[in-house]
Design a protein around this ligand. Structure first.
Ligand SMILES: Cc1cc2nc3c(=O)[nH]c(=O)nc-3n(C[C@H](O)[C@H](O)[C@H](O)COP(=O)(O)OP(=O)(O)OC[C@H]3O[C@@H](n4cnc5c(N)ncnc54)[C@H](O)[C@@H]3O)c2cc1C
Length: 337
């Protein structure tokens, strides 16, 4: 019998990586995942899943941010090297980032330190796509496709006896939330659960098309990107601050298609799979913190893990490792593991 009960709210990539990390580190912990949306109804499902931290991604300090990113890269690399990589939706992906406006757009301090292949694009490579590209980088990174990864990680958690409950949580003191530690991985849901006004949606819309001949990713000015995954190619995108619109917008769709087709004209021949919309849970500083709140006369221990913005897929294992460290600290206060 387990004597340590943890309730994780959220079944997106952040909640599920946290649950698996917890089960891997503390086998006898009784882990229950509670969420009102799963798999294809989550924001995680919308993501292209490219490992590419942007400048708006920030942890509490530069050191912690770098540690999250490095740990996450090592986690994905470990999966990539196993025979299960394909089933988990994890693969290596190389590609280009071009800009006609500024060299800083093609630079990435974190990736330059972490990736084994990261270099300036050659003059010839700058001519790969129509356009007046002045600056460019080429690198080999990781792609994690949540359409495959979410079911894979769910299976792993179930194999380790993790439980799943489909329910909306209105407050940490809900009757169902009777756990030693609650872990809050609710993405945009934390805005209401924690009354967190620092959390803002960054709306995104993408196309999914069939174009198996595209083998590299291309990322250029104005958030235009073409990212080949396992089940199709993602064409993006947009980043609309403080927009809650979850409907496909016709005009956004037309603009994205036009930008991507002018970058790779052969995309005009691609069969359309569909369009997806999601709200990136942006917070100026991603919240991975412990908190103790008084609830019905009881000290309720909580670990928050939310606000990953446009980078939640790539960095989720890094913040999961941090969150599990905090869960252990809270539990150690009570009993030896
Ligand atoms: C267009 C687009 C492209 C993107 N591309 C990339 C990319 O290339 N690389 C990358 O790393 N990231 C990318 N992202 C960002 C990434 O999708 C998010 O950062 C990530 O999905 C956040 O994961 P999450 O688990 O926090 O949230 P979600 O996936 O939204 O999951 C939240 C979970 O919490 C549950 N929940 C919330 N509130 C409650 C409640 N009150 N009660 C019960 N359950 C609750 C929900 O049901 C859900 O299960 C992209 C996002 C978009 C929209």
């Amino acid at each position: 019998m387990s004597d340590f009960k943890v309730g994780i709210i959220g079944a997106g990539v952040v909640g599920l990586t946290t649950a698996l990390e917890l089960k891997n580190q503390i086998r006898n912990a009784e882990v229950t995942i509670i969420a009102d949306k799963f798999h294809r109804d989550t924001t995680s499902y919308v993501a292209a899943g490219l490992f590419r931290p942007g400048t708006s991604f920030r942890g509490p300090t530069e050191e912690v941010t770098y540690e999250w990113i490095r740990n996450a890269y090592n986690y994905w690399t470990d999966i990539k090297r196993t025979p299960e990589a394909h089933k988990a939706g994890v693969k290596e992906l190389s590609g280009y980032i071009f800009s006609s406006t500024h060299i800083s757009i093609t630079k990435n301090n974190y990736l330059e330190k972490i990736l084994p292949v990261y270099r300036t694009a050659t003059e010839g490579e700058l001519k790969l796509c129509p356009g007046t590209w002045k600056y460019g980088s080429f690198y080999s990174t990781i792609l994690t496709e949540c359409d495959l990864f979410l079911p894979w990680v769910t299976r792993k958690i179930k194999e380790l006896d993790g439980k799943f409950i489909s329910q909306k949580v209105d407050s940490f003191s809900d009757k169902i939330m009777d756990f030693d530690v609650i872990v809050n991985c609710t993405g945009m849901g934390a805005k209401y659960l924690c009354n967190d006004n620092l959390l803002v949606p960054l709306r995104g819309q993408v196309w999914k098309v069939e174009a198996p001949w595209i083998k590299h990713f291309f990322y250029v000015d104005y958030d235009t990107y073409i990212i080949p995954g396992f089940e199709g190619v993602t064409l993006g995108g947009c980043r609309q601050y403080d927009s809650y619109n979850l409907e496909v917008d016709k005009y956004d769709g037309l603009a994205i298609k036009e930008r991507c087709e002018s970058l790779l004209p052969e995309l005009k021949n691609a069969r359309v799979i569909g369009q997806r919309v999601g709200l990136r849970p942006h917070r100026s500083v991603v919240r991975v913190e412990k908190e103790i709140v008084m609830s019905k006369g009881k000290r309720q221990k909580i670990v928050h893990n939310y606000g990953h913005g446009g980078y939640g897929v790539m960095v989720s294992p890094g913040t999961a490792i941090h969150a599990v460290k905090l869960i252990k600290e809270l539990w150690m206060g009570h009993s030896k593991l």
